[in-house]
Design a binder for this molecule. Sequence first.
Ligand code: ADP
Ligand code: MG
Length: 288
Amino acid sequence: SIPLGFFGGIGSASKIGVLIKGGNYLEALNSVKYTVFDKTGTLTKGSFKVTGVFPTGHLNETDLLETTALAELHSTHPIAESVKEAFGGHLDASRVDQYEEISGHGIQAIIDGQKVLAGNAKLMQLGDIAFTQSDNIGTVVHLAVDGAYVGHLIIADEVKGNSASALAELKKLGVKKRIMLTGDAKAVAEAVGKQLGLDEVHAELLPQDKVKKVEELVASKTAKEKILFVGDGINDTPVLARADVGVAMGGLGSDAAIEAADIVIMNDDLSKLPEAMMIARRTRQIVW
Ligand code: ADP
Ligand code: MG
C-alpha cells in the first residue's frame, strides 16, 4: 500500500504545476544525483529566430529563405518554424515532393523538381556537399540544391530566464552533475554550458547517442544514485524512458513525451524541478 503522505506530496506538486505519476517517482526525487537535460526547449526557450541569411552568390537572400522554408514546410521542429516565420510569405505545398525529415540532421526533399538538402553540417557530409563554416554563433541551416551548396541561415535561441537559478538550486539540493545533451553544434552547446554553469556538455548527438550517454552514466554510478532526465520530447522520448526519472516539459512537449514521462512540468518552468524536490523531501519526513 502507498503511505498516505505520498498523496499529500503529489497534491502539493500538482498545485505548483508539476504532475507526478506515482509515489515512487516522488520518492525517487530524493535520490537524484545526476540531472541530464536536453538543450532546445528545455534549457533554452526553443523559440528560434533567423538572425542571418548568407547566400553564396547563386541565390539572393529571399530565394535562399524561400527554398529553405519550402524544405521546412512539413516540419514542426522549432528551427523549421523560425525559417517559415522569417520568410513570411505564402508557401505552395505542391512544389514540395518526397519530403523526408532526417532526425538530428535536417530535411531532404524535392522542390520544383530539384533535390534539396536543408540542415546541419552532418547532413551536408551525408550528401557529400562542400560547405562554408560560419563564424556566427548560432544553429546553422545549410542549403544545397541539386548537389550544389547555395548558402546558410543562422538561427539563434536564448536561454530561459529561470534556467541558471534552477540549475544552481539543484546543486544546492545535492545533485552531483548537471549535464546537457544536445544534437546542436559544439560552439552553441559550449556557449550555453558556460552561460548556465553546467558541469558537462555533450554536443552533436543523435537521439540514439543521447540514450547511449545515459546508459554510460547508468553503468558508472551506484544503484542508489538516480538519474533524472528533462526533455521537451522532440525526438528524446527514448532517453526519457531510459532515465530513472523522466521529466517532460508539458507546454512545448509532444504528446508522446508527456505519455512516456514519469513527471510533467506543465508550464515548462525549470525552477519547478528544485521546488518538486523540496516537496519530495518534506513528504519523506512526513511518511517515514
Ligand atoms: P536538440 O538536441 O537540441 O533538441 P534535435 O535533436 O532536435 O536538437 O536536432 C539536432 C540538430 O539537427 C539541430 O540542431 C539541427 O542542426 C538539425 N535539425 C534537426 N531538425 C532540423 C530541421 N527541421 N531543419 C534543419 N535542421 C534540423
Ligand atoms: Mg530536442
